[in-house]
Design a protein around this ligand. Sequence first.
Ligand code: SF4
Length: 213
Amino acid sequence: MLESTCRAVFTRFAAINPYPKTELLYTSNFELLIAVMLSAQATDKSVNLATRELFRLAPTPEAMLTLGVGGVESSIQRIGLYKTKARHVLATCEQLITLHHSTVPGDRDALEALPGVGRKTANVVLNTAFGLPVMAVDTHIFRVANRTGMGPGKNVKQVEQALMKIIPNEYLQHAHHWLILHGRYTCTARKPQCEACLIADLCQWLDKVIPVK
Ligand code: SF4
């Protein structure tokens, strides 16, 4: 995709949704970090259902430790991989308390050193909590980037690099959420809504289906 075409894509996204937001529910950077950790291979909806109870009981790292593994597991058991995630959440809370004064660090190395926090989670937190122009490539963004031709790549690292290179600076901060929302509601995996797609004329996917006008 040409850079000018990419710019046109984001101009349209920005026009209809100037300030896109994550659909995860949270009230602090700590809650955001935990919600993103729990969202791996789970829907935002299922995470929100679980964290409503979890964050009521444990809105801080200290309170989370008090809940213990049994308490955390019982709040998040509707989420896949909940036993592993519960252990990671508690180990992360311990590190936040001992190394970061119970706050969420705003740099990549410190975030990625937390148990259960990989590059994608770190990028979401850096982008959503700290406003940094970074790109967390999840399954939706991977699909949209490849289909549209905006960020072709065989793995998330390649797609992340391609997107960071082509997306104009002024759109980078919100690009993550625009692309996720587009993938979640329009450019869906099984039945992309090409006929209703805002960027259909700019998309390079050969299999797109657009009615002739
Ligand atoms: S035209 Fe179809 S494939 Fe292309 S971005 Fe839109 S929904 Fe996705």
